[in-house]
Write a protein that binds this ligand. Structure first.
Ligand code: GLP
Length: 243
């Protein structure tokens, strides 16, 4: 496990974007799993800038959203698909973009479709992740079994509360669709981003504590190619020591 600390969230964002750029330089048609949330906003801003400057080429990359609310009407501004369009896809040329459909009538069938699409693309080259305050990655909430490639989960109240912060005035649905832990752990490379003091405790638990389904991100300790990228505030209780 590689663990990197940056002095500011801006530095973290810049290096995260550069890491994505390096991935697509090596593998132009890379399959990328992309997160939502406040943490990656700066990375997407940097990616837009790097693309405009000719330093990031996503024109052959295959992008897959990590997770989604369910149910929500397609085109609702609160969907993660809309988030990714607003922050990245509408601004840069991408090879392909797929996402879990928030309006799918049958979430199980939608998950099967999505997992099959990712498998057909050759699996994930780089999974970019944030982390929830309860240790979730994607929407794999504590206790969710690691045996699925894609699943529909009940969201914890704290998770829904956090979502209200970045979608003001919008009441998030009580369920989510997400790439499962099995699929995330099968990614050839994983990078997890964390910024701010409110992530410090969960980062310490996830990477300084035992591997447990109670803290889904802790399963990444078993992944052969994972990089934790954090700013100093998030690293306050886990300053990468011993790694
Ligand atoms: C949501 C997303 C997760 C993300 C998490 C952290 O729950 N579904 O994929 O990692 O938020 O969000 P933030 O970066 O805003 O703390």
């Amino acid at each position: 496990m590689e663990c990197l600390i940056y002095p500011t969230a801006e530095e973290l964002s810049r290096h995260a974007a550069t890491r994505v750029a390096l991935t697509v330089r090596t593998i132009p048609d890379a399959v990328l799993a992309l997160p939502t949330g406040n943490t990656p906003l700066g990375m997407y801003r940097e990616m837009r800038g790097q693309a405009a400057a000719g330093n990031l080429d996503l024109s052959r990359a295959r992008l897959f959203a990590l997770d989604e609310f369910w149910p929500l009407p397609a085109g609702h501004g609160g969907t993660f698909a809309a988030f990714l369009r607003r922050n990245l896809i509408d601004h840069v040329r991408v090879g392909a973009f797929d996402h879990l459909h928030s309006d799918a009538p049958d979430p199980v069938a939608e998950c099967d479709r999505y997992a099959a699409a990712i498998a057909a693309a050759g699996g994930i080259d780089l999974a970019v992740l944030g982390i929830g305050r309860n240790g979730h990655i994607g929407y794999n909430e504590p206790g969710v079994a690691p045996t699925r490639d894609c699943l529909c989960v009940d969201l914890e109240e704290g998770t829904r509360k956090a979502a209200r912060e970045y979608f003001p005035g919008f009441e998030p649905p009580s369920r989510g669709l997400t790439m499962g832990l099995r699929l995330i752990l099968s990614a050839r490379s994983v990078m997890l981003m964390a910024s701010g003091t409110d992530k410090a405790a969960i980062i310490a638990q996830a990477f300084g504590g035992p591997v447990t389904l109670d803290v889904p991100a802790s399963l990444l300790q078993q992944h052969p190619d994972v990089t934790i990228m954090q700013d100093v505030a998030a690293a306050a209780e886990y300053p990468c020591t011993g790694r």
